[in-house]
Design a protein. Sequence first.
Length: 478
Amino acid sequence: MRERLDLIIRGGTLVTASDRYRADLGVKDGRIVEIAAALSDADEVIDATGLLVLPGGIDAHVHLAQPTSDGTVMADDFETGTRSAAAGGNTTVLPFAMQQKGSSLRDCVQDYHSKAEGQCYTDISFHLVISDPTPQVLGQELPALVRDGYTSFKVFMTYDDLVLNDAELLEVFDVARRERALVMVHAEGHDAIKYMTQRLEDEGKTAPYYHAEAHHQAAEREATHRAISHAQMTDVPVMIVHVSGRDPMEQIQWAQRRGMKVHAETCPQYIVLTRDDLKGLNMDFEGAKYVCSPPPRDSDSQAAIWEGLRDGTFDVFSSDHCPFYFDGPENTGKDNPKARTSFKWVPNGIPGVETRLPILFSEGVSKGRISLERFVALTSTNPAKLYGLYPQKGALVIGADADITLWDPTKTAVISQDKLHHGCDYTPYEGMRITGWPTRTILRGETIVLNGGIVAKMGVGTYQTRGTSAALDTLGGN
Ligand code: DUC
Ligand code: ZN
Ligand code: ZN
């Protein structure tokens, strides 16, 4: 006879990346141990009648407690960021450990571990950011870190303090191939953005809206193609992150049609915001609330992104949660005196870790644009596979962590700042009507959020060491 279960989730509809079916799910010691038509004998039974039983959301792209070059303080640390993530139906988030130029990558990773230790409500795992690819970093620190389970890293093609030139990018890509890591690329052409910024400023065009003109879609298209070419030359898979519109997406499709291993991520801001949001009320500073990079585009790009979400061009849907206050303490928000002189000083990034799943569900599943199975693939299963967490995470299978989100597909809500759990002082999605909302978030068998209320203690979330990305599982790169 089997041991008594700790938990049964009874009567719900289980949804995976490929199927949906009615079943009970049994949990023991934090893991899924049984899936059957009818289960009994457990310490706790949760009635999931009428609810969807989903693998917990995995947000593969968030920024928490990241220092900035101008001293702007990020609005979320590990406590508030993971609290917000959990309330939005997520059980794992992947923040960045960002190398500062001149510092050791290993020290930087230790620093982020100290900031996160004991503070998290969800499980976490770090991507690295390589901003200073010295021989020491590329030859020793990075290979050692990949072997220790930091199996993905991001590089930037823009920003003065982060940009890598083509030779540096190629070197980093080479290390990714040798060490079997997944390289993530912020693809926007630096020189073109700088040129456009200067030209706009010379014309007196300094309002937040002009951020969207300076970060032109052509600069993203060009850089996306360049990143793909580098990946081809170094024979390594890549992940193009935060793809904003039709132009860069077409470059990705071009590569995918040729059989190259080019993976892609998109985000909520590219399906529900447009560059017009950066105008604010009347080209005023309210527009700063929507400043992120790449910026939202137009309705044609939104339509293209939906096609890509449907047809598999995109593997992953992440928030790119990068929260800066609007009215920050001591002028540390987007609305600071320097930012009022030019859009180029407005911190780039918007919050969204709590609203990612509801927005994609409501706009995608409830409106019939994507299937439930595709929703699960984009928000949980694919990120788990591509970032080396599968099948421990992202799957409703025997042996997996019991990371589960119960979802009410009929529950309606209006997104509003006063109901969110993040540390930021605004949401760019204020007033959005949503159909479909998470009612319970379960991390390794323990309920951490119930009907919008946090019921777990801080520190339940732990650090997850990752394996090799599924993008590198098969022989060959590009
Ligand atoms: N890139 C990100 O990934 N997030 C916010 C800003 C940026 O440039
Ligand atoms: Zn980026
Ligand atoms: Zn980001």
